[in-house]
Design a protein around this ligand. Structure first.
Ligand code: HEC
Length: 139
């Protein structure tokens, strides 16, 4: 491969990555402040229903491995904003349970979504406040 071809391939790769970032609207670089805030929101709000790292437990709802964590992050954002319902196992008996809409601002929703996607789902996605605002404004 000539040096010019190599340079072309490298620069077009950069363009493709940049274009994907623009089209999806999600930034791929980590931000520790947001991740730390996400952990705090998770611990003070989500933990009681989903357990540490989303692993569940008796009477708790496991979120590890859920399709919504592998899908377009907008689905996770809208689950957090509008809530969910399903069933939960309480001492061997299935009971109906629901998740209320999250009582936090868009910046905190972005932080906890980032925390869940990175720490529970192992993805390298960062959700920004404006990504949450965009999903919220669609309703
Ligand atoms: C009051 C309890 C409660 C709280 C607080 C709560 N959830 Fe839930 N969550 C639920 C229930 C109940 C479901 C639906 C049960 C199911 O899908 O099996 C659910 C579902 C989910 C799902 C799966 C949705 C799907 O479509 O598969 C995710 C992801 C999730 N919650 C994340 C969170 C995060 C992150 C937080 C904190 C910001 C949170 N939840 C706070 C109870 C709660």
């Amino acid at each position: 491969m000539s040096r010019n071809t190599a340079r072309f391939l490298i620069s077009s790769g950069v363009v493709v990555v940049a274009a994907v970032a623009v089209v999806t609207g999600f930034v791929m670089s980590p931000n520790n402040d947001s991740l730390n805030r996400g952990q705090t929101v998770y611990d003070e709000y989500c933990l009681r229903c989903h357990g540490a790292e989303g692993a569940g437990g008796d009477g708790l709802v496991t979120v590890q491995g859920r399709a919504v964590l592998k899908d377009d992050p907008q689905k996770l954002i809208s689950t957090l904003l509008y809530g969910a319902s399903g069933s939960v196992d309480r001492h061997g008996t299935a009971a109906r349970a629901s998740m209320p809409p999250i009582p936090y601002n868009d910046k905190d929703v972005a932080a906890v979504a980032t925390f869940v996607l990175q720490r529970i789902a192992g993805r390298s996605i960062v959700i920004r406040e404006e990504d949450v605002s965009r999903v919220r404004s669609r309703r």
